[in-house]
Design a protein. Structure first.
Length: 281
């Protein structure tokens, strides 16, 4: 059976049903704003592929196939065609089974969109929780500091749309996600920490002027070398010893702490180390 046409006349679901009803063995190609292929063996779905700019993602299990069909179900413009089967020779799943998984993902997506997480510029985990999840609440702030903000687009690009929806829905259901807004001029958290401590300082312990330190040359210290008594009198040139002031590193940055603050040994070195690591990224 040769089958081809326009997606404006046939939906993805319709095409899947036709392949099942006719017990078709072949591969259904979808070519639109997204491109993919669904493989059939005796009318049962055995696999699927999704092709993008970075390559082809293949789904060989039921969840992977559902993820791909979930993406292809959004394609409404383009063409389709059925060719010879070149997919897995496996038992596969019925179209109804796969479409149930797709509908479940679409339902989760609706909740994610309604929560405002779908189009958010960024999402971060909430900083406090009332009940244990997988770690104790007192350790939650450490866990949050290890996870940078992310967006739906970031997750979809790395793991696929279906996985992104499931993760976002889980975060929303457990009340672990919080939408963040872009703030112009916002600096790195280490810079904010440094500025906050410096603003409350009584006297600076060490600080950064933002410019390289100017070294002032001092007059050399001249030391007269005494003549030994047993030697004839000789004229010696004076030996000049120049005391050089210590040069501060040009990239030195720091904070000032109030006199009431007690800091452990090496804390300044640790802050400098952290700042240098952040600056390298």
């Amino acid at each position: 059976m040769h089958l081809s046409g326009q997606l404006s006349d046939w939906s993805i679901n319709d095409l899947l049903q036709i392949m099942q009803v006719t017990n078709k063995t072949g591969s259904l190609d979808i070519d639109g704003q997204r491109r993919g292929r669904v493989h059939f063996r005796d009318g049962r779905v055995t696999g699927a592929e999704l092709t993008g700019d970075k390559g082809t993602y293949s789904g060989s299990d039921r969840a992977g196939v559902a993820d791909i069909l979930y993406v292809l179900s959004t394609v409404e413009e383009g063409s389709f065609s059925v060719g010879a089967a070149d997919g897995p020779d496996a038992k596969g799943w019925t179209v109804e089974e796969v479409l149930l998984d797709v509908e479940a993902l679409q339902s989760l997506e609706g909740e994610v969109i309604e929560a405002g997480l779908f189009e958010a510029n960024g999402v971060t985990l909430v900083r406090t929780i009332e009940n244990p999840v997988t770690i104790e609440p007192e350790d939650w702030h450490v866990f949050v500091s290890l996870v940078p903000s992310f967006s739906f687009a970031n997750l979809e690009q790395s793991y696929g749309r279906g996985t992104a929806v499931r993760v976002f829905h889980t975060l929303h259901r457990l009340e672990l996600a919080e939408i963040i807004a872009n703030q112009e001029g916002e600096t790195d958290w280490l810079d904010r920490l440094a500025e906050g401590v410096a603003a409350t300082a009584a006297e600076p312990a060490w600080e950064d002027s933002g410019e390289s330190q100017e070294v002032v040359e001092e007059e050399p210290l001249t030391v007269e070398v005494a003549e030994p008594e047993s030697e004839p009198e000789l004229e010696e040139e004076p030996v000049a010893v120049v005391a050089k002031p210590e040069r501060l590193p040009e990239d030195l940055k720091g904070v000032a702490a109030p006199a009431s603050t007690t800091l452990t040994d090496g804390v300044y070195d640790e802050i400098r180390r952290l700042r240098s690591r952040v600056g390298d990224k």
